[in-house]
Design a protein around this ligand. Structure first.
Ligand code: AMP
Length: 323
């Protein structure tokens, strides 16, 4: 994940990415990266404290339950092999492939509307992402359904590289779709996202969480508790489904039948989310108070990652007859 916007992760990141990683850490050799260089493809012109943002992301990874003894938790910029492989892959990647990537086209158009320049790094984003994956000769990448397409270009670049050097250096990475591949809605009903200012962060206090939940979009025509609600279009009801899977149907039926008001639903939802976040917040507070512990995790993770990365780069340099 990228440490954009201060590096703090929200409920969408937790359910859509972090939890699926945590569920896999016992069964797979896993590399969990903080993609600090990646976040520069869109924010290079703004001055941000990327080091602090990465630290916050690391704290969220650890607080949510990623275990540094089971997986490598590291910062991309601590492993310079990512940059070297990115450079070498950029030599074999046709520009046309990159220009056709839908997310590139969207971002490019947005940037042009704002009259700024599209950076070379933005175009090359999928090449760096490919380097991130295949540097570990990864067989699988856990992603949400919406991201499966991103892995396709990595497969193509890996295949093309192997063909050009006439060696099977890289396995073609497979997208493993996360069990929870829905979308966590933000308070305004759009996808929960840092850029929409509609997110509940793992680092929010119980009070902040309650306040955000109170602002959630509900059924506009449900003014009195007795008015019928439409759970399918209500943020509070959708979040209830995510955080209270055993009981949400009862709440939905009561809402639909006008047997409960939005105020009650929001109050209960905030309590449920706060209960879920409680242990995460407790670990966060401990880690916040102990910066050397976080640094040490990142150092240990970078060592693990570099060991694997340098092995791959030896193969790559040899295959390309650089060494
Ligand atoms: P992003 O910061 O948007 O690049 O997202 C990082 C990770 O979190 C990706 O794996 C996303 O699929 C996941 N993610 C982000 N927002 C949401 C959301 N609202 N619902 C579910 N997953 C999300």
């Amino acid at each position: 994940m990228q440490p954009t916007g201060g590096g703090r992760l929200h409920l969408g990141n937790l359910e859509g990415a972090l939890r699926p990683w945590i569920q896999r850490q016992d069964d797979y050799e896993m590399f969990c990266m903080i993609a600090d260089w990646h976040s520069l493809t869109t924010i290079a012109e703004k001055r941000v404290n990327l080091a602090e943002a990465s630290r916050q992301t690391a704290i969220d990874y650890l607080s949510a339950g990623l275990d540094p003894d089971k997986c490598a938790i590291f910062r991309q910029s601590d492993v310079p092999e990512h940059a070297e492989l990115h450079l070498l892959l950029s030599m074999v990647t046709p520009v046309g492939w990159l220009e056709r990537v839908p997310t590139y086209k969207e971002k490019r158009d947005l940037i042009k509307e704002n009259d700024t320049q599209v950076s070379y790094g933005l175009l090359g984003y999928p090449v760096l992402q490919t380097a991130d994956i295949i540097l570990y000769r990864a067989h699988a990448v856990p992603v949400g359904r919406d991201q499966a397409a991103h892995i396709e270009i990595s497969r193509e670049i890996a295949r093309r590289f192997n063909r050009l050097v006439e060696a099977e250096i890289f396995p073609e990475p497979e997208a493993v779709i996360n069990e929870f591949s829905g979308e966590v809605p933000g308070m305004d009903g759009r996808k929960m996202s840092k850029s929409y200012d509609n997110a509940i962060y793992l680092s929010d206090t119980p009070k902040q969480t309650q306040k955000k939940v109170n602002s959630a979009f509900t059924t506009p025509t449900k003014i009195h508790a007795t008015d019928p609600g439409i759970p399918e279009g209500c943020v509070a009801c959708q979040l209830r489904r995510v955080y209270d899977p055993a009981h949400f149907l009862t709440q939905w039926e009561e809402c639909r039948a006008g047997q409960r008001g939005c105020g009650q639903s929001k109050k209960e939802l905030a309590e449920i989310i706060n209960t879920t976040l409680e242990p995460i917040r407790a670990r966060r507070a401990q880690l916040e108070a102990d910066p050397p512990a976080v640094e040490s995790v990142l150092r240990q993770g970078a060592e693990k990652a570099r060991a694997a990365a340098s092995e791959t780069m030896t193969l790559v340099r040899r295959a390309m007859q650089i060494r």
